[in-house]
Ligand binder design. Structure first.
Ligand SMILES: Nc1nc2c(c(=O)[nH]1)N[C@H]1C(S)=C(S)[C@@H](COP(=O)(O)O)O[C@H]1N2
Ligand SMILES: [Mo]
Length: 411
């Protein structure tokens, strides 16, 4: 019976790696302390950038309650703002995966230790660990799945990742409050103290602790260099071999840059987008106007160099967009000097991104366009022909393609 017990994972003797120990765990823990804090902050920013408090269509988590306490009007500058915050969020998340897995491996004996609870405090601590480990795995998993081209997960990504992240971060804060002092003490100690992480009968080492840390760091470096390039164009993007929207550009010429959903995927019927058929419907204070592409061309044309930056972490460098200012369209329907919010709808009939709401500060920015051209050529069908929205610093999802209708007014 005793022999059997020593062969179960709940027995300290079961875990034989000589690498486990408080210092190894402390190093990984301190890296995660910094990294996950940055992940959480950039994640909160990403959520604010969606304008979730503006209109229900933007908000995939309508039951968030107090969790939206910090929402603010996302600024329109610098125009690379979302490119930066979301690029950091996704690339850092991927880079931390080896560290997270190594950290879990380093403390795995504790997850099995018996009895399950020695006291009420101990029971609470173990429940918080369950939330911590479960929340971490869940949030990282949903994040990784969402940046793949086809999101395969039961349930919508947004609420899962949003609520998962809050549970994870709450447990993370509690854990850090308890453990950071311990980690610092372990790192400062001259010799390793006796600790339940140290195997009572270790196997002979095959790699030093230092070597194991290098291995984890090497794994992170590999994740970084095979993903980070998708935030840039040209040769750098080609290095992002592990990322969707990494590798070579999808096409050549002015419209050759990255495409999220193609016109065919979105079910855009070419018959609806022809010069004869398509009319933009603009509604506001003074009524409704309908404008074809030729009429939009006769309005004052403006250019802006702006990137596309997707929530999935990839982005393009600046493209030269040309078209009509959103604030000029607002003026056409009675908002001469006080552009309000706008609700944008696409020709697309199904799918989560067929409509979106932009805030007054975004409409007012002179670089916010209903674009007709890009890089000196008419938009291609896949980039939103006949017309698309482009707003500085906004997440890609708010840059609605194949626009059919703009409704100005406070939302
Ligand atoms: N109608 C419509 N507009 C859309 C989308 C969509 O699926 N449907 N995708 C959005 C997303 S998620 C991004 S990142 C950008 C990508 O623009 P691009 O394909 O021109 O690069 O378009 C946005 N506009
Ligand atoms: Mo996107």
């Amino acid at each position: 019976m005793r022999d059997l017990a020593s062969r179960l994972p709940s027995s300290p003797g079961f875990w034989r790696s000589p690498l486990r120990g408080p210092r190894f765990t402390a190093v990984l823990g301190l890296v995660l302390l910094v990294g996950i804090t940055v992940l959480f902050v950039t994640g909160l920013l990403s959520y604010a950038a969606y304008n979730p408090d503006l209109d229900p269509v933007n908000d995939k988590t309508p039951d968030k309650g107090l969790l939206g306490f910090y929402l603010f009007a996302w600024p329109t500058g610098p125009d690379w703002l979302y490119r930066l915050t979301q690029g950091v969020h996704v690339t850092l998340g991927l880079t931390l995966i080896p560290v997270l897995l190594a950290k879990l491996w380093s403390v795995v004996p504790r997850l099995f230790s018996l009895p399950p609870a020695r006291s009420l405090a101990h029971a609470l601590e173990r429940i918080s660990l369950l939330l911590l480990v479960g929340g971490a795995l869940f949030t990282f998993l949903t994040g990784v799945l969402n940046i793949q081209l086809d999101y395969v997960f039961p349930g919508s990504f947004y609420p899962l990742h949003f609520y998962g992240a809050w549970v994870f971060f709450a447990a993370f804060v509690a854990h850090a409050a308890l453990k950071v002092p311990v980690a610092l003490r372990n790192l400062r100690a001259m010799r390793e103290e006796r600790d339940d992480l140290v195997s009572p009968r270790p196997d002979p080492p095959t790699v030093s602790r230092r070597g194991a840390l290098w291995l984890v760091g090497g794994g992170s470096l590999l994740m970084f260099v095979t993903n980070a390039g998708r935030s840039f164009d040209g040769p750098l993007r080609e290095t992002a071999v592990l990322s969707p929207h990494g590798g070579p550009e999808p096409g050549n010429g002015p419209n050759g840059f990255q495409i999220n959903k193609t016109a065919a995927y979105a079910g855009i019927d070419p018959a609806e987008t022809s010069e004869d058929a398509w009319r933009l419907v603009v509604t506001g204070r003074t009524g409704t106007v309908r404008l074809g592409r030729a009429e939009l061309r006769r309005l004052e044309q403006h250019s802006a160099a702006l990137p596309i930056a997707c929530v999935e972490g990839w982005s393009t460098s600046d493209q030269w967009w040309r078209g009509v200012r959103l604030r000029d369209l607002a003026a056409l329907v009675g908002f001469e000097d006080d552009p309000p919010d706008v609700f944008v709808e696409s020709l697309q009939r199904r799918g989560a991104f067929r409509s979106g709401a932009l805030r007054a500060n975004q409409v007012a920015d002179p670089r916010s366009l209903l674009a007709l051209d890009v890089n000196g050529e008419a938009l291609s069908p896949d980039h939103g022909y006949p017309a698309r929205i482009i707003v500085p610093a906004a997440p890609g999802v708010l840059n609605t393609k194949w626009v059919a209708r703009l409704t100005f007014g406070d939302l």
